[in-house]
Design a protein around this ligand. Structure first.
Ligand SMILES: N[C@@H](CCC(=O)N[C@@H](CS)C(=O)NCC(=O)O)C(=O)O
Length: 238
């Protein structure tokens, strides 16, 4: 049996699930190697040769001379071009898709990531920073309001079909309970969550390498809370 083209290195986090969602939704065969944060595998010499940033995700394309792609937005773009899925060929729609990906990569991800860090890692370790928490929760809420406005009268972020803009944005925005950001009154956003939650490819992806119900507010997982807060003692951020 030939090996699949795509070898994905990832973990169960918001950035980590983006390529997994693409590959499951596209129905593409791939190998997945889980990266273990507890042993700081993402900072190991072998991994940092693939990803100089020492973070997940990364892909290696065996079908393209082992070409390596890091940065989750660039990975989605690469996969969309390779497989001709989830990115319109129409130049304007393509530009809109990339605009919403940039909005996620520069806004939703970093701001919600900091809201999570200060509440889920710093605070349980005695570094309670109300000003920082307020700043990042407020900015995250503002960004979710932008998404809500965009989704008014639309099923998806761009055009009339599921795209890599939805894939990039969903794991972060959907983790609003973990970031403790309210979505009260954001009905278009809530309806979009329901639509994406229901997709079988998304559901399969969120099980890999392992499910984390605490992100979606489904479970009060004391063991996970403790393990997550333990990241304070290292330089692992999200
Ligand atoms: N901009 C990068 C961010 C990647 C990132 O921050 N990944 C986190 C998981 S969501 C990570 O690997 N954290 C481990 C660490 O900080 O060492 C991307 O989008 O790929």
């Amino acid at each position: 049996m030939p090996q699949p083209d795509i070898h994905l290195f990832t973990a169960s986090t918001m950035n980590g699930w983006k390529p997994t969602i693409f590959l499951e939704e596209a129905g593409v065969d791939y190998d997945l190697t889980p990266i273990d944060f507890s042993t700081k595998e993402q900072k190991s010499d072998w991994y940092m040769k693939l990803n100089p940033n020492g973070r997940i995700p990364t892909i290696v394309d065996r079908g393209n001379s082992d070409f390596v792609v890091f940065e989750s937005g660039a990975i989605l773009w690469y996969l969309a071009e390779k497989y001709g899925q989830f990115l319109s060929a129409n130049p304007d729609l393509k530009s809109e898709t990339l605009q919403w990906i940039m909005f996620q990569m520069g806004g939703i991800g970093p701001m919600m990531g900091q809201a999570m860090y200060f509440q889920r890692i710093a605070a349980p370790n005695g570094q309670e920073e109300p000003f920082s928490i307020q700043r990042y929760v407020d900015e995250s809420r503002r960004l979710l309001e932008v998404l809500n406005g965009r989704l008014k009268g639309r099923e998806f972020l761009v055009g009339d079909s599921f795209s890599i803009a939805d894939i990039a944005t969903y794991p972060w925005a959907r983790a609003y309970p973990w970031a403790k950001v309210s979505i009260d009154g954001l009905d278009h956003l809530a309806a979009w969550f329901e639509r994406i939650d229901a997709r079988p490819g998304v559901q399969r992806a969120l099980q890999k390498p392992k499910p984390v119900p605490a992100f979606w507010g489904d479970a009060d997982d004391a063991e996970f809370l403790k393990e997550n807060a333990g990241r304070f003692s290292s330089d692992v951020k999200t």
